[in-house]
Design a protein around this ligand. Structure first.
Ligand SMILES: NC(=O)c1ccc[n+]([C@@H]2O[C@H](COP(=O)([O-])OP(=O)(O)OC[C@H]3O[C@@H](n4cnc5c(N)ncnc54)[C@H](OP(=O)(O)O)[C@@H]3O)[C@@H](O)[C@H]2O)c1
Length: 279
């Protein structure tokens, strides 16, 4: 049994808490307001210990705040990682480690999608493993943690490329659905498909310049995959926008813009999306 600190009691944080607790781990939340009871489909509702400050020591820290909330969450890491405990950064985007410098990071991609429905959290099972981490090295603690759970972890030899592949999906699906207030079915319409292609025409060269081993055909694959989702599929950025919450746009299209400028590439479409949805 491990003692696990989960920073953030949102969709993923609660989902992880349910699975880790069921596997016998001692789990607690680090939050900025008292959390609701954990209500995850497939589990009896339960309460979980939480801390608003001064958390006890943990063996492993799971960071599940949105990327834009990470700078403030570093205050938790200062307390939780004082003995070198690793922090699993379970967020969208690329270069996860840079967000939590100087703490030892395990970057994690989530392929399970969790969203609230009728007072419960519902998880949409992925076609592949639930989570992806870099093969070998420091990610072993995360892999071992989930060994006794119903969740699967894939160890990816080329994590950087995998992170960029997911990033490309998110850079298209999130801003376009958030701007239009509609689900992913918009990508079947020529006007939005054109926007999607223009986003990818900038983002893919940035990914390649940043070292991702992605072929030029990757953009077409992204569009094909996004087109396979059922009509009405809603992204987290669309849901955050409807709730009037800050958006993860800087970590997605904003990162494309920042890296594109560093590599001397054209990123005007992505910059426009950041201007429309940021701040
Ligand atoms: N949901 C998914 O299925 C899914 C799938 C793939 C990737 N992701 C990625 O995973 C990350 C988390 O997503 P999510 O859907 O779980 O987000 P979420 O539902 O918005 O949960 C984030 C939680 O973090 C809390 N928080 C923010 N700042 C905090 C702080 N300083 N200390 C403690 N708690 C803090 C928020 O609480 P407040 O109420 O106080 O704001 C919120 O409950 C994102 O990067 C997302 O893109 C999510």
């Amino acid at each position: 049994m491990s003692r696990i600190a989960i920073i953030g009691a949102g969709n993923l944080g609660m989902f992880l808490a349910a699975h880790l607790r069921a596997a016998g781990h001692d789990v607690f939340f680090c939050v900025r307001r008292p959390p609701d009871a954990v209500r995850v489909e497939g589990f009896e509702p339960f309460e979980i210990p939480y801390f608003l400050d001064s958390p006890p020591p943990a063996d492993l820290v799971l960071l599940t705040v949105k990327a834009q909330d990470t700078p403030r969450a570093l205050l938790w890491l200062e307390k939780l990682c004082s003995a070198g405990q690793p922090v699993a950064v379970i967020q969208n985007g690329v270069h996860h480690e840079q967000r939590v410098v100087p703490y030892p990071a395990i970057p994690v991609l989530s392929y399970v999608y969790v969203e609230p429905q009728n007072g419960w959290l519902r998880a949409f099972q992925p076609p592949r493993a639930h989570f992806t981490v870099p093969a070998g090295g420091g990610a072993a603690a995360f892999v071992q943690l989930f060994a006794g759970t119903a969740l699967s972890v894939f160890e990816e030899p080329d994590f950087h490329t995998a992170a960029w592949r997911k990033m490309l999906h998110n850079c298209v699906s999130n801003p376009l659905t958030a701007l239009t207030g509609r689900g992913l079915e918009i990508l079947a319409e020529p006007h939005y498909r054109d926007w999607a292609q223009r986003i990818l025409a900038e983002a893919l060269p940035v990914a390649q310049a940043d070292g991702a081993r992605l072929a030029d055909e990757e953009g077409a694959r992204v569009l094909e995959m996004l087109g396979s989702y059922p009509p009405g599929t809603r992204t987290s950025m669309l849901q955050d926008r409807e709730r009037g919450r800050p958006l993860e746009i800087e970590a997605l299209n904003g990162m494309v813009v920042a890296l594109g400028r560093r590599y001397g590439l054209l990123v005007a479409v992505n910059a426009e999306l950041v201007a429309l949805l940021g701040g």
